[in-house]
Design a protein around this ligand. Structure first.
Ligand code: PHE
Length: 442
């Protein structure tokens, strides 16, 4: 049987960008920029994106297309059994990441429902903060919505690659972009917003320390969907004449742009409403409804915004679910649909403790962290960087001839910087990642 393929080059770029652009950009990036000190974090983060990020993205897509397999199969096919654990690490990371990602996706669904019912419009920032706290700390409601989000994710994956994934992202990504632009304009023109613009765009280098570097690197991986084989999986459906390099640059460029726009949407409003930029995971959910309260047709914009956020989250979550689904269906011959449902259900269950750790189980801590934070830190600071580092070493040392073929489309596409890329993969990326992990965890 012919392996499924993306319908067009635009479709692939949109799908990869859809995977990259998600809650990571709009929910996570603004609050990290807030807690990690604004401008300096932004610059370090972008620095990681355009060096390590681009190189690794090219490596992952090339590995996927060279092998036409899921990450575990791909590492084995190109590197032998010895390298298989790297793929396995990726699949495990995807399970963990999706389990708490879906909890936040669920909050988004809840906010759509609340926006439509009108219960979020018009509150003060303080009331909005309390509402957010009440939602995430309750038991049934966030778990229910986490289930809804997971069900939506499964539904799209069931529809298959070209049909389900590609068709939805092609329309939704551009729409998201336009909405963000509108919201940035509203946010930066609020009274007192300028302070937030300054906070976000001017670096205060005294903020740079090991913890901040590792948060920025983790966010670069998270935001670009690197280090767990999402792009190996998507690359495995890519046709032979697509240009991996330009696609990678497009994806990194779009992802960076959306993160910067999201920062400009959230942080100026945070200052305008006298909220605390270091407030953490609730920041986007609390600040934006306050912005909508100040906006012409705010109630409508609010519904529209959370729907877009949901879509951005779904185009990412489907790429996460696609990883284990590709693995189980390719390696064990389990039917794709069946494996999507079973794996989705397992991941849902894994997400329940994360959700409960915001309320009922808040005092149950491991290594001093509630379960949600533990999972998120584990993924950000350990699993993705380790996966990325090993992937770079693999691409640079073990599979380089194959990579060179893929990156030049078997010699038909000149790539003058191939050697630069090779040494990025062989030495720079692994060393930089290793060093950042060391200073971050030390
Ligand atoms: N990049 C996604 C986001 O920013 C999250 C993600 C990570 C998706 C890893 C797939 C794989 O929201």
């Amino acid at each position: 049987m012919q392996r499924e393929q993306w319908g067009s080059r635009f479709g692939f770029i949109m799908a990869a960008a859809g995977s990259a652009v998600g809650l990571g950009n709009i929910w996570k990036f603004p609050y990290l920029a807030g807690t990690e000190g604004g401008g300096a974090f932004l610059i370090v983060y972008v620095g990681f994106l355009v060096t390590i990020g681009v190189s690794l993205m090219m490596a992952e897509i090339a590995i996927g297309r060279a092998a036409h397999l899921n990450p575990i199969g791909a590492f084995r096919k190109l590197g032998g059994n010895r390298w298989m654990p790297v793929g396995a690490l990726g699949v495990i990371t995807a399970f963990i990441l999706l389990s708490f990602y879906s909890v936040v996706g669920g909050w988004t669904v809840a906010y759509i429902v609340k926006s439509i019912s009108g219960s979020l419009v018009g509150g003060t920032a303080e009331e909005l903060g309390q509402q957010f706290g009440a939602l995430v700390s309750s038991v049934g409601e966030p778990i229910f919505y986490h289930g809804v989000f997971m069900a939506l994710t499964i539904g799209i994956v069931l529809a298959g690659v070209a049909q389900g994934i590609e068709r939805s992202v092609k329309i939704m990504m551009p729409a998201l972009f336009i909405l963000l632009l509108i919201l940035v304009v509203r946010s930066v023109t609020l009274d007192g917003a300028w302070e937030g613009v300054v906070f976000f765009l001017t670096p205060d280098w005294s903020q740079v320390d090991g913890g901040m570097l590792s948060a920025a690197l983790g966010q670069a991986f998270f935001s670009l969907s690197l280090g767990m084989g999402a792009l190996i999986t998507y690359g495995s459906y890519l046709n032979a004449d697509a240009n991996i390099r330009s696609a990678s640059c497009w994806v990194v460029g779009l992802d960076t742009m959306v993160a910067v726009l999201a920062g400009l949407m959230v942080l100026p409003a945070v200052f305008a409403f006298n909220l605390d930029p270091g407030a953490g995971p609730g920041l986007t959910f609390i600040t934006l409804p306050a912005v909508f309260g100040e906006m012409w047709a705010g109630a409508a914009f609010q519904v529209f915004f959370f729907v877009m956020l949901l879509i951005a989250a779904l185009t990412s979550s489907i790429s996460l679910l696609a990883i284990p689904v590709a693995f189980f269906s390719e390696q064990f011959g389990i039917e794709r649909k069946k494996s999507a449902v079973i794996i989705g259900a397992i991941i849902f269950v894994m997400g329940v403790p994360s959700s409960l750790s915001m309320g009922l189980w808040a005092d149950f801590k491991i290594l001093g962290l509630p379960f949600f934070d533990l999972m998120s830190e584990l993924v950000d600071r350990v699993l993705m960087p380790v996966g990325g580092m090993l992937t770079a070493l693999f691409a640079g040392w073990v599979a380089f001839p194959k990579m060179a073929e893929e990156l030049t489309n078997r010699g038909t596409l000149p790539f003058p910087m191939l050697n630069v890329w090779k040494w990025m993969a062989r030495v720079f990326c692994p060393l930089a990642v290793g060093w950042v992990m060391y200073v971050g965890l030390a």
